[in-house]
Write a protein that binds this ligand. Structure first.
Ligand SMILES: Cc1cc2nc3c(=O)[nH]c(=O)nc-3n(C[C@H](O)[C@H](O)[C@H](O)COP(=O)(O)OP(=O)(O)OC[C@H]3O[C@@H](n4cnc5c(N)ncnc54)[C@H](O)[C@@H]3O)c2cc1C
Length: 307
């Protein structure tokens, strides 16, 4: 079947237009990466499943894309379909102390809405610029808290069906949601605690200010490496290995926080990856620690072996 047929059928399944050759530099926070073949919005679970089934029929690999805030896409792009969540799938509702959120709802927005209602829990996570689904998929966290601790239930959609998993059936790990492979977090229920709205809002502001003081501004994908086991964080090891300020092409290791790489001037993914390789080698040589990427790669892209 031709690409035209795939695009037409995806558009029919989604009930909206499909973007072809969609450049990922516009869909990732670090602002680099080549095109994906197709980009489409899913506005309901029914539409989402129809899109997934169309992708399978056309042998198209697919991913769900949140804010692209933890993603590095190859400069050559990726031959597949990226699906974003919108409509019913980025909405929200409050039921008592529970936030019922679409997988596409932005976490900072969720935190603000909860704080306005006097619901506590999301304050430390309020500055993470991802979606509810994207943060659950990697169990994003900050200031000693992680989204998984708040999850009561998730709705998961795959090519065959949508189903719910309760808290007891979920297995969150450090920066890992351990969700079934090939699935989308379409909705989630978060359990929050009642509190004083003004106090919760002040805590949100405080956590944001601490983040702003310790992390670079500009285009980044957050921490590029996970913290290794042990006492020293990836940022400390990278700093002690002399990585701050290293540059390649348009990318630079932040001078404020060594675990952040900033796209200063039209950086390519290859520049970011080159810096990740250099930094990782330095840390390995200095401390014998093998840093693992926190950022996810898409396309023909990956770290060089250390040994
Ligand atoms: C300035 C900055 C600060 C950051 N600070 C933090 C921090 O403090 N803590 C932290 O943990 N992270 C942080 N990050 C990284 C990032 O925001 C998180 O990893 C976030 O969880 C990514 O969410 P996203 O929606 O952007 O996902 P994306 O980057 O779009 O996708 C990441 C992965 O999740 C998958 N995914 C996305 N949505 C879904 C879904 N609905 N269902 C299933 N899988 C999905 C994607 O397919 C991909 O594999 C930061 C990033 C930036 C740019």
């Amino acid at each position: 079947m031709s690409e035209d047929t795939a695009a037409n059928e995806l558009a029919a399944a989604a009930g909206r237009p499909v973007l072809e050759e969609a450049a990922m530099e516009g869909h990732t926070t670090i602002g680099c990466g080549g095109p994906v073949d197709f980009l489409v919005e899913a506005v309901s679970t029914g539409r989402l499943q129809a899109i997934l089934q169309t992708a399978v029929r056309h042998h198209l690999p697919w991913i769900v894309l949140g804010q692209g805030s933890n993603l590095l896409v190859s400069d050559q792009g990726w031959r597949g379909l990226a699906i974003t969540l919108a409509g019913e799938l980025d909405g929200y509702d409050f039921h008592g102390n529970e936030l019922h959120a679409g997988g596409g709802l932005l976490l900072p927005r969720a935190a603000r809405l909860a704080a306005e209602r006097g619901l506590s829990g999301l304050e430390p996570l309020a500055g993470i610029p991802g979606t509810i689904g994207g943060t659950i998929a990697i169990n994003a966290g900050a200031f000693g808290a992680a989204i998984g601790e708040l999850v009561l239930q998730v709705e998961i959609c795959g090519e065959e069906n949508c189903f719910r998993l309760e808290r007891e059936e979920l297995d969150f790990g450090y920066r890992s949601g351990n969700l079934p492979p090939g699935t989308v977090v379409s909705r989630a229920i978060l359990a929050l605690k009642p509190g004083d709205a003004a106090g919760i809002q002040a805590a949100v502001r405080d956590f944001r200010a601490r983040r702003e003081a310790g992390q670079p501004r500009g285009r980044t994908c957050g921490s590029v490496f996970k913290n290794p086991p042990g006492n020293a964080s990836a940022g400390e090891l990278l700093d002690r290995a002399g990585c701050k300020g290293l540059a390649q092409g348009g990318a630079e290791v932040s001078r404020l926080h060594a675990n952040f790489i900033v796209n200063k001037r039209q950086a390519r993914a290859a520049d970011v990856l080159g810096l990740m390789n250099s930094c990782r080698r330095r840390v390995y040589k200095s401390f014998g620690v093998e840093l693992e990427p926190e950022v996810r790669f898409l396309g023909d892209i990956g770290l060089e072996p250390l040994k």
